[in-house]
Design a protein. Structure first.
Length: 490
């Protein structure tokens, strides 16, 4: 504050200063000098992590976006520190924690040294205005333990028939009638429609479209430069978010009215259960709180899961020997079932190799790059001080492709996940600790069900052998991964 006052005076009143006597000038400058002098020793006591804060305001956002997250992380780990380095994103000073030890520290210190944090620009696009500046704990009024409860394997077993039936319906309508399809775009259609069915009990395609169209605008602009002017991607995200919340609010209000009149339908979808859950004080969530939580679930199902499905299929297309093993495992299950039999939990449990393929795909091409936290207080790590208010970040790329933790890290090798699998805190596509993604098991089921249905129905061939992958909200094939389809019974 003192610095800004003096700089303002010096800049706007320079001509007046020229008229002052030397004593007057000295009287004005001495307090500033003493102020800076008294602060300097305190500043020097703090040993910050090595690194570069980049440009004012922009920080190192441009380097991160242009080179990609893997290159950004690996270069700075090599240049500054393999444990922790500093950078700046979105106007925030950030300490990037690296390696299994860094991951373990952040995952183990949730709500101790660090707490959840989300950039304000993202909050503005996703949340109701009254929640934009609220603590994340208030925004996420739905307790994390409740999400784990309703998304754990035992609770998800009943979703498998719905997943299977919808996968069949989707492939019949949007794949089987065509010779060429774009996997990425269709995977998004499927994962979002499935989320609407399981979370909201919405099946009507037109109703789904009323949510998916504005939601696509949100995701397209969520990670763009936050300039809220007409025509910008971020402005599109703001408008899309408004539309999504408006539509969700109608759904939640109507469903709440139904449930208060008749609670017998409470178990039909996640929304119904969410409406009736009470906090520690016995209070129900209000409609906006419920919508905020539904938005969070839709973000995950719309982008990260569809990305995971896409790259699993991409790897099967590119690696015939891997595909053949998956095909053999899946066909063993298919042979034991009639043509109209739905997949069961027991069938999913038999797909061990297929899930190892899924996990190896998540290691090499993780849909989520990492996550931010905020330092609750000054704390020390690896000989450096992380000041209160700084943001922290863990990244999958400090371990996933690191030869210290995975031999021949760029080779696709599902056998890494046999036996005890990778060392703790090295394979982290879903995060870890108390804030580990509660949708981990949901994603596993969705990937395996979709793999099963695609592999049993089609042979596929890539149409663009060296299609470029870009990093947007998640890794994205620039042409949508177009493939040539051949039906197996043709």
């Amino acid at each position: 504050m003192v610095n800004s006052i003096f700089l303002s005076v010096l800049r706007t009143k320079m001509e007046d200063f020229l008229l002052y006597s030397p004593c007057t000038i000295l009287a004005l400058l001495v307090p500033l000098y003493l102020y800076l002098l008294t602060r300097k020793p305190k500043f020097n006591k703090i040993k910050l992590p090595p690194g570069n804060l980049g440009w004012p305001v922009l920080g190192e956002n441009v380097d991160f976006a242009s080179g990609g997250p893997r290159k950004f992380i690996e270069e700075r780990m090599s240049k500054y520190s393999s444990q922790v380095f500093k950078t700046s994103f979105m106007g925030e000073k950030v300490a990037v924690f690296c390696g299994p030890a860094g991951n373990k520290f952040l995952f183990s210190n949730e709500d101790k040294a660090v707490t959840s944090w989300l950039p304000r620009s993202m909050r503005k696009a996703l949340l109701f205005p009254s929640y934009v500046d609220a603590p994340l704990k208030e925004v996420g009024a739905l307790q994390h333990s409740f999400l784990h409860e309703i998304l754990k394997p035992e609770a998800l077993k009943k979703y498998i028939p719905v997943m299977d039936a919808m996968a069949r319906k989707h492939l019949d309508a949007e794949w089987s009638r065509f010779q060429e399809v774009k996997v990425y775009h269709l995977a998004k259609n499927y994962t979002f429609a499935l989320a609407c069915r399981l979370f909201l009990n919405i099946e009507d395609p037109e109703h789904v479209k009323r949510l998916s169209d504005p939601f696509a605008r949100v995701m397209n602009g969520l990670f763009s430069i936050p300039l809220d002017f007409p025509g910008t991607a971020y402005n599109g995200a703001i408008k899309g978010g408004n539309k999504v919340r408006e539509e969700l609010l109608k759904i939640v209000t109507n469903r709440k009215k139904e449930l208060l009149e008749d609670e017998s339908s409470a178990g039909r979808d996640l929304l119904s259960r969410m409406i009736l859950v009470k906090d520690e004080d016995g209070k129900l969530m209000n409609e906006m709180e419920i919508c905020n939580n539904i938005v969070g679930l839709l973000v995950a199902s719309f982008d990260t899961t569809s990305c995971a499905v896409t790259f699993v299929l991409k790897n099967l297309l590119e690696l015939p020997h891997i595909y053949e093993k998956v095909y053999q495992e899946i066909m063993e299950i298919a042979k034991s079932k009639g043509p109209d039999d739905i997949l069961s939990w027991e069938d999913i449990q038999k797909m061990t190799y297929s899930w190892n393929v899924g996990r190896e795909s998540l290691r090499l091409t993780p849909p989520a790059q990492g996550s931010f936290r905020e330092a609750k207080t000054d704390f020390d790590y690896a000989g450096f001080t992380i000041p209160k208010g700084w943001k922290t970040f863990w990244s999958v790329y400090s371990t996933h492709r690191n030869p210290k933790h995975f031999a021949n890290p760029d080779v696709f090798d599902p056998s890494r996940f046999e036996g005890s699998g990778p060392a703790p805190f090295t394979f982290i596509p879903f995060g870890g600790g108390p804030k580990m993604c509660p949708g981990k098991e949901y994603a596993r089921l969705e990937i395996l069900v979709f793999m099963y249905n695609v592999v049993t129905r089609f042979k596929m061939h890539k149409l663009i052998p060296d299609e470029k992958i870009v990093n947007l909200a998640s890794p994205t094939p620039v042409n949508g991964l177009p493939v040539l389809l051949q039906r197996r019974n043709a």
